[in-house]
Ligand binder design. Structure first.
Ligand SMILES: [Zn+2]
Length: 387
């Protein structure tokens, strides 16, 4: 980290950072388009019904088992199709020296990721078709309620069950940092349940921090890549930001927002399913699980349409957490330097174009976050120089 960068407001993006982010963005878009093409191909060629018949025969005509086989085939097909792009993603991280992960470990992570996704997807699909069969009239309302319960349970157990499948976590042992957190929390009039070291360095050179969990599992996780290279004041600034998410109840609020969107999503899914049966003649019944690609397509299109709005909402929350951090730390200087360090370490674009930020970024651009910190500092400085 060059001193010049730390002291200046915001350094310009290096050509390297621009190139990395451009390729990374195209990779994500390609991945998305490939998934969409896969779903459309299934539906337009009628393979969705061919696969259904296969699944049904292989499962000895057991409905529940055939739903599982069907989900497995769809996910396996999707995974095999996307594996090339996934591997290119690893190569990209290596090319820009953002990871030292060995191919074998990466493959193992891919396998674990696939299995976790398979368990979650088949469970939700079983739940969905069970509900459709039990209550063809109101399935979408009942399924929505069940999904929300599942979602909340998942948010709660994720730090205990899901994250440890991929990363090691241990309670933070640094006493100085713990004391700083306690002081921050006291000032906030709140209590955080725990602060954990997240062993990210085995897989990435990037740094990160997050507030995760819900209720009793709510905790702040700090990547070791951050803990090892940032000053105590800088880590405190990062902690203060995460505490801001906690104080403003961002996880809970996001669940409410998600609930509204999911309700609309289920309503839309029901509407499209009825169209596909009554108007397009694609399926005979609601419970024909070869309509699963259509359901996934509906939810994918909905999340695509809502992406700018969801990202705007997330950026709003991030700005709120930043403001909380400015209020609770003594000086915003460590916040600014931590932002600059993070940008350099993660090869982030500090000044993405307006439309890139608007479409893709869940966080405000680093340049804007730094500018906000400086703007916050100025009146405070003026006030203290008067006194
Ligand atoms: Zn944040």
């Amino acid at each position: 980290m060059k001193l010049a960068e730390e002291n200046s407001t915001v350094a310009a993006d290096t050509p390297e950072a621009r190139r990395y982010n451009r390729i990374h963005r195209w990779l994500e878009i390609s991945d998305f388009v490939l998934g969409l093409a896969f779903l459309l191909a299934l539906l337009l060629t009628g393979w969705n019904t061919v696969l259904r018949d296969w699944a049904y025969r292989s499962a000895f005509q057991n409905y529940t088992l055939s739903v599982f086989f069907y989900v497995f085939m769809l996910m396996f097909g999707g995974k095999v199709l996307g594996l090339g792009l996934d591997y290119y993603g690893l190569r990209l991280e290596r090319r820009f020296q953002l990871t030292t992960q060995k191919t074998r470990l990466w493959l193992w992570d891919e396998v674990k990721g696939f299995l976790v996704a398979l368990v979650l997807a088949s469970f939700t699909a079983e739940l969905l078709y069970f509900t459709i069969r039990q209550s063809p009239q109101h399935w979408w309302l009942i399924a929505w309620a069940m999904f929300m319960v599942l979602f909340i349970v998942l948010a709660q157990v994720a730090p205990l069950i899901l994250f440890p499948i991929f990363y090691k976590f241990e309670p933070l042992e640094n006493e100085d940092l713990k004391q700083r957190l306690v002081r921050l929390s006291e000032r906030a009039g709140t209590r955080i349940r725990g602060i954990y070291k997240w062993n990210l360095s085995e897989k990435s050179k990037k740094a990160n921090a997050a507030l995760t969990g819900l209720g009793a599992t709510r905790r702040i996780i700090l990547a070791d890549t951050l803990l090892d290279h940032y000053s105590a004041e800088e880590i405190e600034a990062v902690l203060a930001h995460e505490l801001g998410h906690h104080v403003h109840k961002h996880i809970l609020k996001s669940i409410f927002v998600q609930a509204g969107i999911t309700l609309f999503g289920f309503w839309a899914a029901n509407y499209v399913l009825h169209l596909s049966i009554e108007q397009w003649g694609m399926f005979d019944t609601l419970s024909d699980f070869s309509n699963l690609p259509l359901l996934v397509l509906v939810s994918t299109m909905l999340s695509l349409l809502l992406m700018p709005a969801m990202n705007a909402y997330s950026r709003f929350n991030e700005r709120q957490a930043d403001r909380y951090a400015f209020e609770s730390i003594r000086s915003v200087q460590p916040f600014i330097s931590s932002m600059n360090k993070l940008a350099a370490q993660n090869l982030a674009e500090r000044t993405p174009s307006r439309w890139v930020e608007w479409l893709f970024h869940s966080h405000p651009a680093i340049s804007r976050r730094v500018a906000a910190a400086e703007a916050w500092q100025r009146p405070t400085l003026a006030a203290s120089s008067r006194s």
